[in-house]
Design a protein around this ligand. Structure first.
Ligand SMILES: [Zn+2]
Length: 280
C-alpha cells in the first residue's frame, strides 16, 4: 500500500479514537487529552523525519534496482556501524568501464630535427560503456527496502546521476568521435601496431577520465544542495533533467564540450530522461 495512504488511514483512525474518548468519557477512562493524542499521531504519521522512512519508490525504479543488482550494475553492501566510522554513514562509489574495438591506419612524415610526425586514424567498430555502482549502508537499516530509507534514498540519487542514460550516449560519442591521434617517433621502426594502439588507448582513457570527473562534479553538487542527504533535492525534476545537457557541461567546464556539440543538440540526447527524476 502507498505509504501516504497508510499514513492517512493511521492519522484518521487516531483522530477518531481521540474524538470518541472525548465524546464518551463514561466508556473510556480518559479525558480531553486524547484528541491531542490523535493530532500528535497524525503529525507523526506524516513526519518522515520521525519515522525515518521516505515514500516508497515508483515500481519502475524498484524494478530497475532489482535488475541492476542481478546484472551486477549495482551492489549494495551493509556494513557494521560499530566498525571505525567513515566520513558519512552512507557512501556510493562508481566505476565507468569501457570496452571497444577498432582498426586503424597510420601515416607519418619526416619533420624537423629528423623526428617523424605520426598520425593514427582509428575507426571504432564496437563501443560498450557501462557504469557500476557500489552503495554502502549501515546494516541497521531495513535491508530488504533500503531504498525507502532517507539514507538509502540519498545514495540512490548518486546512483541516479551515474546511471543517467545520457552518460552512455556521451561516452560512446566521444570514443567514436576520436578520428586522429598525433604522435612523434624517432624512427619508423618505432611505429608498430602495438605502439599505435597504445596511443589510441591513452586518448580514450583521457576521455573516460573527463566523463568520470563530470559524474563526480554532479555528485558533489548533489551533496551540496541536499547537505549530504539531510534535505530533499530542491526542484528535483529540473536537477535530473539538466544533467549532462550543454549548460551542465559548460558549467562544469567539460574538456570535450566542443566535440560533444553535435550530440548535445540531438532530440534523442535531449529527450533521454532519468528514471529517477520523479522519485520523491
Ligand atoms: Zn552524498
Amino acid at each position: 500500500m502507498d505509504l501516504f495512504l497508510k499514513r492517512t488511514l493511521f492519522a484518521v483512525l487516531a483522530c477518531r479514537l481521540g474524538e470518541c474518548c472525548f465524546v464518551l468519557p463514561s466508556l473510556f477512562p480518559c479525558r480531553a487529552g486524547f484528541p491531542l493524542l490523535g493530532m500528535l499521531a497524525a503529525i507523526i504519521a506524516f513526519s518522515p523525519v520521525i519515522l525515518f522512512a521516505a515514500d516508497e519508490k515508483p515500481t519502475a525504479v524498484v524494478n530497475w534496482i532489482h535488475a541492476a543488482e542481478k546484472s551486477d550494475q549495482l551492489k549494495v553492501d551493509f556494513y557494521d556501524p560499530n566498525m571505525p566510522p567513515k566520513a558519512y554513514p552512507g557512501w556510493t562509489d562508481f566505476e565507468l568501464s569501457l570496452t571497444y574495438k577498432f582498426r586503424h591506419q597510420t601515416r607519418w612524415r619526416l619533420g624537423k630535427g629528423n623526428v617523424y610526425a605520426v598520425t593514427i586514424h582509428p575507426t571504432f567498430t564496437a563501443v560498450k560503456p557501462a557504469v557500476k555502482h557500489v552503495v554502502q549502508l549501515p546494516n541497521t537499516i531495513n535491508q530488504s527496502h533500503w531504498e525507502d530509507s532517507i539514507l538509502g534514498r540519498h545514495e540512490l540519487d548518486h546512483v541516479a546521476i551515474g546511471s543517467h542514460p545520457r552518460l552512455l550516449m556521451l561516452t560512446s560519442h566521444l570514443v567514436k568521435n576520436l578520428k586522429s591521434v598525433n604522435r612523434k617517433a624517432d624512427q619508423v621502426a618505432d611505429v608498430t601496431n602495438e605502439w599505435a594502439q597504445a596511443a589510441i588507448t591513452a586518448e580514450i582513457d583521457l576521455r573516460r577520465l573527463a566523463i568520470q570527473q563530470l559524474i563526480t562534479a554532479n555528485n558533489v553538487n548533489l551533496d551540496l544542495i541536499t547537505r549530504h542527504g539531510g534535505e530533499t533535492v530542491p526542484d528535483r525534476e529540473a536537477f535530473f533533467d539538466r544533467l549532462f545537457l550543454k549548460e551542465n557541461l559548460d558549467e562544469l567546464k567539460f574538456l570535450y564540450l566542443g566535440e560533444s556539440h553535435k550530440l548535445l543538440e540531438t532530440d534523442e540526447y535531449r529527450q533521454a530522461k532519468s528514471l529517477f527524476h520523479q522519485q520523491d
